[in-house]
Structures are given as structure tokens and as C-alpha cells.
Design a protein around this ligand. Structure first.
Ligand code: G3H
Ligand code: 13P
Ligand code: ZN
Length: 328
């Protein structure tokens, strides 16, 4: 059954777990998440970016979500818009059956330029009024996602800040977070604490200096009733990098966010954990391996099925690690 982000995360907060939010762009990714959810009895957040909506066709995507909900009637599903950039994108997502939207006003509508507080608070408040009137939840974002190691905003996928920013500009300010929730009425708040989107987050295993977990703790103290969201939370598993690279791929040496750091965040109010890259790596690893081992294969099902299975394994691992398993 379809439920809102608010319903899902209120339960997660009561029980002290978090829900991974997996990006989907196609049927195989949708089925992989649902198979993992059913196997572990987990509630799910399926999220689609603007890019996913354009790739899959909005109407086809809406039909896919409806199909997944009907195929898995016992699994609570929240369908969420990832990184909405304005009123229009959020409104059309709601028209297509999404039960939750992210209004990312930390960046201007171009998805690149960091926005000031007034812009962010104003657009997020207006989206929240509209969405709440439709019974839909809202996630806002305060702070700029980007690596503290490099001082750079997101670059990999083109929807982050590209200029070099200092530590303080990248991190969410706890006092401002408190004001932002008061000003906007959001249900969940994405915070910046040193992660970035994509596979290339860190050049070594991140420690306390480059992953600002203390920011989460400080924000949770001020906002004990706001559900916190970690973006850029792929762990970039070494074994997946290895499968890709040993089958003709080229992933440069890189580190993601260790699962134990996410578990620390969950103890401090993190309730939604965004993961896309790990699933991309899993599908690519399986496809490269299958096609390398049997170069004569050309039936897409023969490599998409192992791709689904490898992605489902990543999802199961996260459901178990975040305490989502057994909650559906
Ligand atoms: O926020 C980033 C997600 O990984 C979605 O990426 O915009 O390439 O679909 P995308
Ligand atoms: P990753 O690139 O770390 O998977 O992050 C995904 C994300 O934050 C989607 O909004
Ligand atoms: Zn994100």
C-alpha cells in the first residue's frame, strides 16, 4: 500500500530505525527493491529524480509505481520525488501519484548555484503548503552537499555546486536548521555533513574530519522531532568496484560512506538514507560479469536478471543494516 513519507518516518522514529531511499529509473530497479523488501519484510521508499522521470517517461513511471504497489500489496511504499527544483516539478509529481516530494531549495532552479536562505525558505514553504493540502509529505534541504575533503560541491552528476566552498558553507548550520523547519513546516530535512553524490566521494576511508557526524548530533538535539535525511550515502563497496574493474570496467580508487557511520547517524535522528550509486554499481558489475563470461549472449533478460539480483542483494544488506528489516 502507498503511504506518505511522514507516516513511514514517524514509525521509524518511534522504533529507532531508518529507511533507505533507493533511486529507480526503470522496471528492473523497481523490482529489485521490491524483491529485497519482501524478502526482508521492509517498508520502502522508492525515489525518482527529474532525470529518472525524463528517462522513463512520467506516465510510464506512474504506471510502474502503481504496478509495483499492486504486485506487493503487503509492503508499505512511499513514492518520493528526489531533488525537486521548483513548484512545477513537485506539483506534477503529486499529480502522478507521488506521496512525498523533495523541494531542494539549497540550490537555485538550475540545480547548480547555491541559493541563499531567503530563497530556500520561501520556495520550500510554498511547496509545503501546496503538498500538505494534497496530503503529501515534503523533504527540504539546508546546506550544500559536497566533499569536505576537496571543498568541492557535487560535480559527478552535474546537479551540485561547482565552485569551491569552505567547510562552514558546506555544512548545515544547526541554528539555521531550527529556524528553517519553523519557517517551512517540512516533514523531513536533508542536511549537509560532508557527503556528495556519485562514486567519487573520498580518496580514503573517511574519518571524523571529513565526515561531520557531530553536525547531525547537534541538529538532532535542537530538532528532536524532525526526521533527518542523509544524501550521498552510498558506501561504494570495494567488492563491486573489484567485479567491475576485473571485467573491463574502469572505476578509479574511491571510498564512500561506511555503513557504520550511517548507523551512527541513525542513532541521532537520521530516518531516510539516500542510495543510488551502490545500486548502479551492482547492476553494472553483474552486467559486465555476465557479458564477459558469455560474450555470445544477447538476450537482455540474461544479463538484467543477474543485475536485478545483485541490486536486490545491496538493498537487502541496507535494510538489515539500517534496522528496516522486519518492520513491514
Ligand atoms: O541525487 C542524485 C541521484 O543519484 C539521482 O541522480 O539525477 O542522475 O537521476 P540522477
Ligand atoms: P549516492 O550517489 O551516494 O548514492 O547518493 C544518492 C542521493 O543522494 C540521491 O538523492
Ligand atoms: Zn541527493
Amino acid at each position: 500500500a502507498m503511504i506518505t513519507l511522514r507516516q513511514l518516518l514517524d514509525h521509524a522514529a518511534e522504533q529507532g530505525y531508518a529507511v533507505p531511499a533507493f533511486n529507480i529509473n526503470n522496471m528492473e530497479q523497481g523490482l529489485a527493491v521490491m524483491q529485497a523488501a519482501e524478502a526482508t519484510r521492509s517498508p520502502v521508499i522508492l525515489q525518482a529524480s527529474r532525470g529518472a522521470r525524463a528517462y522513463a517517461n512520467d506516465l510510464v513511471l506512474a504506471g510502474l509505481i502503481e504496478g509495483l504497489a499492486r504486485a506487493y500489496p503487503d509492503i508499505p511504499i512511499c513514492m518520493h520525488l528526489d531533488h525537486g527544483n521548483g513548484m512545477e516539478t513537485c506539483a506534477t509529481a503529486i499529480q502522478n501519484g507521488f506521496t512525498s516530494v523533495m523541494m531542494d531549495g539549497s540550490l537555485k532552479a538550475d540545480g547548480k548555484t547555491p541559493a541563499d536562505y531567503a530563497y530556500n525558505a520561501d520556495i520550500t514553504r510554498r511547496v509545503t503548503e501546496m503538498a500538505h493540502a494534497c496530503g503529501v509529505s515534503v523533504e527540504g534541504e539546508l546546506g550544500v552537499l559536497g566533499s569536505l575533503e576537496t571543498g568541492m560541491g557535487d560535480q559527478e552528476d552535474g546537479h551540485g555546486a561547482t565552485e569551491k566552498l569552505g567547510h562552514d558553507q558546506l555544512l548545515t548550520d544547526p541554528a539555521e536548521a531550527e529556524q528553517f523547519v519553523k519557517d517551512t513546516g517540512v516533514d523531513a530535512l536533508a542536511i549537509a555533513m560532508g557527503t556528495s553524490h556519485g562514486a567519487y566521494k573520498f580518496t580514503r576511508k573517511p574519518d571524523g574530519a571529513i565526515l561531520a557526524m557531530h553536525v547531525i548530533e547537534e541538529i538532532h538535539k535542537r530538532l528532536p522531532n524532525t526526521h533527518l535525511v542523509m544524501h550521498g550515502s552510498s558506501s561504494v563497496p570495494e567488492d563491486l568496484q573489484e567485479i567491475i574493474n576485473s571485467h573491463g570496467g574502469e572505476i578509479r580508487p574511491t571510498w564512500g560512506v561506511p555503513v557504520e557511520e550511517i548507523q551512527r547517524g541513525i542513532r541521532s535522528g537520521v530516518r531516510k538514507v539516500n542510495i543510488d550509486t551502490d545500486n548502479r554499481l551492482a547492476m553494472t558489475a553483474a552486467i559486465r560479469k555476465t557479458l564477459t563470461e558469455d560474450p555470445s549472449e544477447f538476450d537482455p533478460r540474461k544479463y538484467l536478471k543477474p543485475a536485478m539480483q545483485m541490486m536486490a542483494q545491496v538493498c537487502k544488506d541496507r535494510f538489515e543494516a539500517f534496522g528496516t528489516a522486519g518492520q513491514a
